[in-house]
Design a protein around this ligand. Structure first.
Ligand code: ADP
Ligand code: MG
Length: 321
């Protein structure tokens, strides 16, 4: 099968056809007619085999994940996703790989009403790149830089399971059989918190999605907003799987330094907290308050109301400040 037939069969046919797409796949460019008086948020992510996912990851999981990580960036800005472009580099043309991969891509496209509008297909070591674009209302989007001293720090759902799955796959620790499937799903099929991000537009002062580990991503908010934070370890939302696989402090450390969670980390002014909690309850996404921002320009960790010293990789950049 030729490259063009592969594109036609596995990528050009899709169930989502948006009104704002004038020309989709098939010409030299896609052409869109964006809604009036909206901003467009744009983000690109690449996943390289053996670097960003284990070599034996299923094609469907790779398709899902590359879309999910890009949509997660849109979620962190409070954007509503609209269009995707997809560049794939494959060692060889494989129909079964393309079929499974595109199923992973399209299951998220269908869920979020996102149209694949173009891309590129080349030969080489396996890697996939997605550019995702989405709408935000004029001058109403979330950034990393709006956090203020005194704001509360929140995170969606649980953190650390994807890192736990990766360490298990790499043979660095053992996980009881009952927990293996759920953590593998967290690693392979992350859920972008699109709806939560859009709700947070009205309440949060800053937001980021957790891709490099909570500690590193919190340091990005702190640097951009020129604040520090105290992080309450006892409050960190971790799964039973993680709790039962490691001693407690090691579990917290993995939750803070492991990557691939794709949960939202956000800050909210004390005055907005109750309204935010009420609004987010309608999304069904769990949120947990895990700390508060201060003027220290450092990230402190607390356990049982006492300061604990935690060696967290990912803090180097922040401490250079
Ligand atoms: P060109 O050489 O003009 O860049 P291509 O032959 O690379 O065009 O692509 C033909 C069409 O197929 C274009 O519309 C392009 O956007 C689309 N396309 C190529 N690869 C992919 C892909 N992996 N996913 C989606 N669309 C793709
Ligand atoms: Mg061309």
């Amino acid at each position: 099968m030729k490259e063009f037939e592969l594109i036609k069969r596995y990528f050009a046919e899709q169930s989502i056809t948006r009104k704002d797409v004038i020309l989709g796949i098939g010409d030299d460019c896609a052409v869109i007619l964006p809604a009036e008086r909206q901003h467009i948020a744009i983000t690109t992510d690449t996943l390289v085999a053996g670097v960003h996912f284990p070599l034996n990851t299923s094609a469907r999981a790779i398709g899902h994940k590359v879309v999910a990580v890009s949509l997660s960036d849109l979620a962190a800005m409070g954007a509503e996703p609209a269009w995707l472009s997809l560049a794939i580099t494959l060692p060889e043309i494989s129909e079964s790989w393309a079929a499974d991969f595109s199923a992973g891509v399209f299951e998220l496209c269908e869920f979020y009403n996102v149209q694949l509008i173009g891309g590129d297909t080349t030969q080489g070591p396996l890697s996939v790149t997605v550019t995702a674009q989405g709408y935000t209302p004029t001058d109403k989007f979330l950034t990393r830089s709006g956090a203020k001293v005194g704001d509360w720090l929140f995170v969606t759902e649980n953190i650390g399971d994807a890192a736990l799955a990766l360490q298990y796959l790499q043979g660095q620790l053992d996980v009881e059989e009952v927990h293996r499937a759920s953590i593998q799903t967290k690693l392979d099929f992350p859920k972008p918190r699109i709806l939560a991000g859009q709700v947070l537009r009205d309440y949060a002062s800053a937001a980021i999605d957790i891709s490099d580990g909570l500690a590193a991503d919190l340091s990005h908010i702190c640097t951009a907003s020129n604040v520090g934070a105290s992080l309450v370890l006892d409050k960190l939302p971790i799964s039973t799987a993680l709790r039962e696989s490691l001693p407690l402090m090691d579990a917290y450390k993995l939750a803070l330094t492991g990557g691939d969670d794709y949960e939202l980390l956000f800050t909210v002014a004390a005055d907005n907290r109750v309204a935010m909690e009420t609004a987010l309850a309608t999304t069904g996404v769990k949120i947990t308050c895990i700390g508060q921002l201060d003027s220290s320009n450092k990230i402190k960790t607390l356990f049982n109301d006492e300061s604990v010293c935690f060696d967290l990789q990912g803090f180097e950049h922040f401490s250079d400040k």
